[in-house]
Write a protein that binds this ligand. Structure first.
Ligand code: TRP
Length: 428
């Protein structure tokens, strides 16, 4: 079985809060411990520059987020944990991708459109205050993902469109220059709750209602005491439904603990006592990690070293891959002979794989020869990743056809083998 490559980035623009912990950090650290995955986690500091114009804050946030992930149990020996700006190949790939990205597609990005709509409503120029960085955000993100040929990208729902764009961009590049990129998929954690903040709305920096994950104990307590509740007096039964306090508790407590608090609600627990219960439960999970966090924050040099080691690991992939991509697009030494296999004008002279999606929702590919004659046709795959894995298997061992692939009626078996060997040689 091939291992699944999972990759996700965290923009270094703020301080991690309980919502980030429950929604992203905790599930991700757990998933990274599975042996069937190869994980890449990175600090998206190039992305931070799009929203943050304060250098000290970018640096501080990078340190805080790195320390948080490590304190929450991310093992840098098991995963590849790095800082985006330590990988100079990322901006280079961003440019290659920029050149195959339709501007019209970027015009339709939700974040960009929201800015335009806001301006229009305020009677401003549509692009008022919009930087080219904001506009290009999806392309930079596509470079993050495609550089490591990630199969799965765990993200929040608001990021799904970005993953779709990354797939589109990858297809355009592959179409023009050959199959270099895996088409990534978004992995949405369906059962992860969105945490309410202090005021009951979704916990979010933009609502200013967050509880910092590693607030010192006394500050954590103070914040929890400030959670909005209704005005029911002690002794009066309370509703768990719509209670931010209850939802916060549920995100940390076991099923039995949660049931016990529900009973206490029905029996009229005082809000102050319920907050005390919540505080103690949260602190029980957080305190040991907080201790590690505080140690790490005192030693930025150690974190810097960890990130540099992660960058070396990431670049062991990114550097040779970029060399291959530079060659593919024609940025080549002038005395290198053009193999004629990947550039657009001569592309028709080589066999190629075509990946596509049918109306049935499944993913397919076919292999055609230099003249466009059909050689192989795949059956449907549930995901582009499965289709990609099958293509890779074909390229690695041209002599054996996997069961998901059918040879075209008028194609000879040595014709097929020859065409497949083309890819094997191409890689060497
Ligand atoms: N845009 C993501 C967010 O704001 C952060 C991010 C940057 C990212 N590059 C990525 C996430 C690549 C996944 C993959 O949440």
């Amino acid at each position: 079985m091939t291992t699944t490559r999972v990759l996700t980035g965290i923009t270094t623009s703020g301080t991690p809060h309980l919502g980030n912990y429950v929604g992203a950090i905790r599930p991700t650290v757990r998933a990274s411990k599975l042996s069937s995955v190869e994980s890449f986690y990175f600090l998206a500091d190039y992305h931070a520059l799009i929203k943050v114009g304060d250098p000290a804050r970018v640096q501080r946030s990078t340190l805080e987020i790195a320390a948080t992930w490590l304190a929450c149990g991310l093992d840098p020996d098991k995963v590849t944990f790095y800082r985006q700006s330590d990988i100079p190949e990322i901006p280079e790939l961003t440019w290659f991708l920029t050149c195959v990205t339709g501007k019209g597609m970027l015009n339709r990005a939700h974040a960009y459109k929201a800015s335009v709509d806001k301006n229009t409503a305020a009677n401003e120029e549509p692009d008022h205050g919009v930087t080219a960085g904001l506009f290009m955000y999806p392309v930079l993100m596509a470079a993050d993902i495609l550089m490591f040929n990630a199969h799965q990208v765990p993200v929040g729902r608001d990021q799904i469109q970005h993953i779709e764009m990354a797939r589109d961009i990858a297809s355009s590049f592959n179409h023009l220059y050959g199959e270099h990129f895996t088409l990534p998929e978004a992995a949405i954690e369906a059962h992860v709750a969105t945490l309410p903040g202090l005021d009951g709305r979704k916990m979010s920096k933009s609502y200013d209602n967050t509880i910092p994950l590693f607030a010192p104990r006394d500050q954590l307590k103070k914040l929890i005491m400030g959670i909005l509740t209704d005005s029911r007096a002690p002794g009066e039964p309370k509703a768990t439904e719509g209670s931010a306090l209850f939802q916060l508790y549920q995100a940390f407590a076991s099923a039995e603990e949660t049931a016990a608090l529900a009973r206490a609600y029905a029996e009229g627990i005082a809000w102050g006592d319920a907050k005390e219960v919540l505080f103690e439960r949260l602190d029980r999970e957080i305190a040991p990690m907080r201790e590690v966090y505080e140690q790490l924050m005192k030693d930025p040099a150690q974190i810097e070293k960890t990130l540099k080691a992660g960058a070396a690991k990431a670049r062991a992939i990114a550097t040779p891959f970029t060399t291959r991509l530079r060659h593919a697009v024609g940025l080549r030494s002038l005395d290198a002979t053009d193999s004629g296999k990947t550039n657009k004008a001569t592309k028709a002279a080589s066999p190629s794989f075509k990946q596509y999606r049918e109306k049935d929702g499944q993913f397919y590919f076919k292999l055609v020869d230099a003249q466009g004659k059909l050689l192989l046709q795949s059956t449907g795959f549930a995901s582009p990743r499965d289709a990609g894995a099958c293509i890779k298997a074909l390229q690695d061992t041209p002599a054996t056809l996997p069961p998901e692939v059918v040879r075209a009626d008028d194609a000879q078996s040595d014709e097929v083998t020859q065409a497949l060997q083309h890819f094997t040689q191409d890689k060497a």
